[in-house]
Design a protein around this ligand. Structure first.
Ligand SMILES: Nc1ncnc2c1ncn2[C@@H]1O[C@H](COP(=O)(O)OP(=O)(O)OP(=O)(O)O)[C@@H](O)[C@H]1O
Length: 347
């Protein structure tokens, strides 16, 4: 049994999710204690419990402690990961609505399913665009595109947008199985090719996406960046709005978003997204601070070494590296001064 201290470093949900993915892939039983001890409301929230149940479903794991608020979980895989057709809904973890991010549930099971013997189809329901987590737009345009270069083949289709607090979004994912992963080398990003964007509203007037789109295009073009932002009204169960920008460099991709809320003008929402993107652009780094921690898992499962340079070394990155190393799959070196990450798989 591998013992994981859920309070280590960042002490957030990622410690749990990385451990679940690796337990499913390796078949190693795990016990995680002090889950999310670093958070205001510690223990398993709806999103985490959905990830636990999803990981357990695909490898028939026995569970102990799988309840909302639980700070301890035992996860004992009962089989290798089984490809198949699955549905996971965060609202089943908590009665009533939940905007738990299904992108994080998706990340928990993606690599186990990509390494399984056959193709899978997964339907996910809950929050698709939720602050402090990757948005489904980021997953599609940045995360999956980068993972494709490492040998992962998966496609997502967004059926409905799910915002905080109601959730209710839906995504269908198709994952090809039997994949062999390769390393990635991202030390130089090359020139910016373009910034693409989606300015979206559900159940709100069309001037909102239009205003977000034109403010973002103006700001980015004034800063000398080539930008095209599409204004869209989309399907969702509740009102919501946001703008999601993807910057395409010769060798790399990144994405940033801004979320609408009451008393925040559409223009301000666009400015929030643009500020983050311009700040990243100035760093010259190929990998944004979020992708930095998300690339560790595929890199540890690859057959070659990976190396990349990041915009910022975060506690998420350091924490995830330590969790992955506990499974003995890779040696990870983070150079805080050079802001580089090297992942050397050990098998
Ligand atoms: N704007 C963003 N774009 C892409 N990825 C993001 C963004 N914000 C956060 N993330 C990613 O979301 C993940 C959040 O992990 P974290 O450990 O904080 O867990 P959590 O389950 O969201 O919840 P909590 O922080 O409440 O425990 C990290 O992988 C982080 O890189």
């Amino acid at each position: 049994m591998i013992d994981i201290d859920g309070s280590y470093g960042e002490g957030g949900g990622q410690v749990l999710r990385s451990s679940l993915s690796l337990a499913a892939i390796t078949g190693a039983p795990i016990r995680i204690t002090r889950i999310r001890a670093g958070r205001k409301k510690p223990g398993l929230a709806a999103q985490h419990l959905t990830a636990v149940r999803a990981a357990a479903r695909i490898c028939h794991a026995q569970l102990r402690g799988d309840a909302l608020g639980s700070m301890m979980l035992e996860f004992i895989p009962g089989s290798s990961v089984q490809a198949g057709t699955y549905t996971f809904d965060v609202s089943e973890a908590r009665q009533g609505a939940s905007a738990g991010a299904i992108t994080l549930v998706l990340q928990t099971i993606l690599l186990p399913l990509a390494l399984a013997g056959n193709d899978s189809q997964v339907t996910l329901r809950g929050g698709t665009h939720v602050i402090f987590s990757p948005t489904m737009t980021y997953i599609e345009q940045v995360y999956l595109s980068m993972l494709q270069r490492m040998g992962v083949e998966a496609e997502v289709q967004l059926g409905a947008w799910g915002w905080y607090p109601q959730g209710g979004g839906e995504v269908k994912m198709r994952v090809s199985g039997n994949r062999k992963l390769g390393g990635i080398n991202l030390l130089e990003r090359g020139d910016l090719q373009q910034v693409r964007g989606l300015a979206v509203a559900t159940e709100l007037p069309s001037n909102i996406p239009q205003r977000m789109a034109s403010r973002a295009e103006n700001l980015l073009r004034t800063a000398g960046l080539k930008a095209a932002v599409q204004a869209l009204r989309e399907k969702g169960v509740a009102p919501g709005a946001g703008i999601f920008l993807t910057a395409e460099y010769q060798n790399s991709l990144t994405g940033f978003g801004g979320f609408g809320r009451l008393r925040l003008t559409s223009e301000k929402v666009a400015e929030i997204a643009c500020e983050q993107l311009l700040k990243f652009h100035q760093t010259g780094a190929p990998v944004d601070e979020h992708l930095a921690d998300q690339l560790l898992l595929p890199a540890a499962l690859a057959s070659q070494m990976s190396q990349y340079r990041v915009a910022e070394v975060t506690t998420h990155l350091i924490t995830n590296a330590a969790v992955i190393e506990q499974f003995g799959l890779a040696q990870i070196t983070v150079d805080e001064r050079e802001k580089t990450v090297a992942v050397m798989p050990l098998n």
